[in-house]
Design a protein around this ligand. Structure first.
Ligand code: BGC
Length: 663
């Protein structure tokens, strides 16, 4: 698109480079449409003039959306949020976030998708397509290396070239296939240079190597020096930064930047203005539909982590106790810029269970944990009453939650508050059928109490349809089908980073490419629940793996999945690739494809997944590009990273001139 620079004075051009206010771009004295941006990613978060938050649909958090492993649901999520954006006049949704979950302590993990770059990238790509299909732009964030909140404004993420390419840039690279209208740079420095002035990241990699044609916006307040940001091709600084005019004029005079540098950024801003002005925005969901979509996604993303003796689904005619105030008001999402304000009133879980199980007796007790993060430390008598009610019931359902997940700070522990642990254990002493519901957006250490309970359902931060989705899964109306997108370690000390947070200046990512399951598998560290794991009320069988060669590195992997139970369900099958012998250290295996397949009881479907060059490549620092080494690769098809059901070997033989000499 051609933009007419002639209409603009230098002052007007400079004014475009920073916001007119907290959320809008400049109008150049009323001549241009002002682009209005708003948060993301778990629903629309828009501020009213008085600082309060507008009401919108609280969708499940991205952590839960990812747990669906369902590309269509990620698209639906994006589309639904776009409807709220259109209704409230937002041109750009500041989402999705694709930063790798490198440590479970990261306070923003609930906003992110996975510890695996492929999964995070694919789900984000579909979400972006969904939002933008409605004429609303997105902002792919936080580019890059923003993997904890602690020291996020100052601490360098020091990442070697290979890990940067294979893990931290990769989800961005994949998500860019959906052509997000904007990309947001991170607060933190990467390898010693602030992301906002890191020309290697913004220009050499994002624009040249990845071919990105859109606009780069700063995270809010991430620009330290206006001219250094312009020099790095950061187009737009948000929010309004009063220093821009003076600083850029000084830099022009001194020759630090040229007018062409400014024009480059202004060109991108004008393109975005045109795009948003001409976008065909179309609302296609009523408020009711949006809630129904939130419910559909929430149902698809809850993960059943333990289910001993088939305690779930709950049977009609049983006697149940629902304990804990969170069953009336579950935690819908995390805090900070991703907080969404809904006006949807939760129906208490006990009521919903009663509706779905008409012959059952369902009692509610507010004790021992009355509300978010506040188990009853004072009312010992109340707590006792609750334990007495639990006695003799067919099951006790207790909901516990991590109330410490938010932007701006990290968790200090991945254990539940001790009061919750006491409550779970006390319940388990009076009733052997305890079912725990876990409200969390990242991994939790469950090791102290997991053996005391019969079932554990990760309800996550499920948004405004939380209780309906939970009741549906508990009663078997919905067959659980979510799987973990991050490993649950046994304890924090088992993670590579442990409780280390960096010193405020730099954090050395000396785990290299071994993050998440790549780390636990390499060092043989036992975990509580592995990556890709999740139970169903159904059972699935895998058969007939076939790998068809279509080109040097192009293969079609196909296999049958059969639902061998009497219940309809869905199975997420995962395709991993293992380099059998490599000249560089490589992870034991890496996820390169996945599919969620809905199967009626007894039904068989053939699933097919494409593999290409990137499925076999590692980032070679010797060649400065992705490289596939000839030889054998194992194709592993499984139900979880630790549950491989089928495997086959393929031999890759690329032309000799692409390979190093053999010895
Ligand atoms: C967050 C961004 C967010 C922005 C605007 C920043 O603090 O890091 O994710 O989009 O604020 O609210």
């Amino acid at each position: 698109m051609k933009c007419d620079f002639k209409k603009l004075t230098l002052e007007e051009k400079i004014a475009f480079l920073t916001g007119a206010d907290a959320w809008r771009t400049s109008s150049a004295n009323g001549k241009f449409h002002q682009v209005f941006m708003s948060d993301g990613p778990n629903g629309l978060r828009m501020q009213n003039d008085d600082g309060s938050t507008k009401i919108s649909t609280a969708m499940p958090t991205l952590s839960l959306v990812a747990q669906t492993w369902d590309k269509e649901l990620a698209y639906l999520d994006g589309e639904t949020i776009a409807n709220d954006c259109i209704e409230n006049g937002a041109d750009i949704l500041l989402a999705p976030g694709v930063n790798i979950k490198r440590t479970p302590l990261n306070g923003r993990n609930f906003e992110y998708l996975s510890e695996d770059p492929y999964l995070a990238g694919v789900m984000a790509r579909e979400y972006i397509k969904g939002v933008q299909s409605k004429g609303v732009g997105t902002s792919l964030k936080h580019y890059c290396g923003n993997n904890r909140e602690m020291h996020r404004f100052t601490q360098t993420s020091e990442i070697d070239e290979r890990a940067l390419n294979e893990l931290y840039l990769r989800p961005f690279e994949i998500a860019l296939e959906a052509e997000p209208w904007t990309v947001m740079c991170a607060y933190n420095p990467v390898n010693g240079v602030f992301a906002s002035e890191n020309r290697q990241l913004l220009y050499d990699i994002l624009r040249k190597k990845f071919g990105y044609k859109g606009l780069v916006v700063s995270d809010w307040g991430a620009v330290h020096s206006p001219y250094k940001a312009v020099r790095a091709t950061l187009d737009l600084c948000m929010p309004c930064d009063e220093r821009y005019a003076e600083n850029l004029k000084m830099a022009l005079e001194k020759g630090y930047i040229t007018e062409e540098d400014i024009d480059f950024c202004v060109g991108n801003i004008l393109n975005l203005i045109e795009k948003t002005k001409n976008a065909k925005k179309k609302i296609n969901y009523t408020k009711g539909d949006r809630h129904a979509n939130a419910l559909k996604i929430a149902k698809g993303g809850m993960v059943l982590l333990k289910n001993e003796d088939g305690i779930l689904p709950l049977k009609d005619g049983g006697q149940y106790l629902v304990a804990g105030g969170l069953s009336k008001e579950p935690i819908l999402g995390g805090g900070g810029s991703a907080f969404v304000q809904t006006d949807y009133k939760q129906t208490p879980l006990a009521h919903l269970l009663k509706d779905k199980l008409p012959k059952a007796e369902v009692e509610y007790s507010g004790e021992p944990c009355r509300s978010r993060g506040d188990c009853n430390r004072v009312d010992v008598q109340g707590a006792k009453k609750s334990y007495i009610k639990a006695f003799g019931k067919d099951a006790v359902i207790i909901i516990v939650g991590d109330a410490h997940e938010s932007e701006s700070y990290d968790r200090v522990s991945i254990k539940l508050d001790p009061e919750y642990v006491t409550a779970i254990k006390a319940m388990a002493r009076v009733n052997e059928n305890v079912v725990v519901l876990l409200n969390a957006g990242s991994a939790v250490d469950v090791s102290e109490w997991i053996d005391d309970v019969k079932a554990l359902l990760l309800v996550g931060y499920a948004g405004e349809a939380a209780n309906e989705a939970t009741a549906s899964v508990l009663t078997g109306e919905t067959n659980p089908s979510g799987k973990l997108t991050e490993t649950f370690p046994i304890k924090l000390e088992d993670t590579f980073t442990g409780s280390e947070t960096g010193d405020g200046f730099s954090e050395w990512y000396n785990d290299g490419v071994f993050v998440g399951y790549r780390y636990y598998e390499r060092y043989g560290i036992d975990v509580m629940f592995p990556f890709g794991y999740g139970l169903s009320y159904s059972e699935f069988r895998y058969d007939n793996l076939k790998v068809e060669k279509k080109g040097y590195c192009d293969f079609i992997v196909s296999y049958d999945i059969t639902n061998i139970s009497e219940k309809d369900g869905a199975e997420i099958s995962q395709v991993y690739v293992r380099d059998v012998f490599a000249m560089v250290v490589r992870p034991e295996k890496e996820l390169k494809g996945f599919e969620k397949t809905y199967l009626k009881a007894g039904e068989t479907k053939r699933v097919s997944v494409d593999l290409d060059f990137r499925s076999f490549a590692y980032y070679s620092t010797a060649y400065s590009k992705w490289h596939v080494e000839n030889g054998l690769f194992e194709i592993l098809v499984g139900s979880a990273s630790d549950d491989i059901r089928l495997s086959l070997c393929v031999d890759i033989e690329l032309p000799d001139d692409t390979q190093q000499s053999q010895y």
